[in-house]
Design a protein. Structure first.
Length: 134
């Protein structure tokens, strides 16, 4: 009947919409984590504290930076368990700082790609490789 076809079409549409949201939720995370490819990152986060000293910038996000530590080969250690690190000696320091300050002022979200700093004395610190303004 025509009524039964309409109900079936509505159920199919509802299932398709729910699956789209479920798949999207599985891909996007508003937190810090180590991705399935092993890349440490913070996605869809807002900036908290920015602490600038003579060697670089410490950055806190709305995510849980401790999620970046652990047993994975790419895991890193957040400074004071909450800070990501941007080294002033990094070639793109000024560009990244510009994006960070713009995002902070706009209360915007960012995605931050993090790497493990294996240089002597840096204790596998979580270093910012690049940022993406969302």
């Amino acid at each position: 009947s025509l009524e039964l076809k309409g109900v079936m079409a509505m159920r199919t549409l509802t299932i398709a919409v729910l699956m789209t949201f479920a798949l999207g939720a599985a891909e996007a995370r508003a937190d810090c984590y180590i991705s399935s490819s092993g890349a440490p990152k913070c996605d869809d986060v807002k900036l908290g504290q920015l602490y600038v000293d003579t060697t670089g910038t410490y950055l806190e996000t709305s995510g849980n930076e401790l999620n970046l530590s652990g047993s994975a080969a790419t895991a890193c250690t957040p400074d004071s368990n909450i800070f990501l690190w941007l080294d002033r000696a990094q070639a793109n320091y000024d560009a990244i700082m510009s994006v960070l300050l713009s995002a902070k002022l706009a209360n915007a979200t960012l995605s931050i790609r993090v790497t493990k700093d294996t240089r002597a004395g840096f204790n596998n610190r979580c270093s910012i490789a690049y940022v993406r303004y969302l």
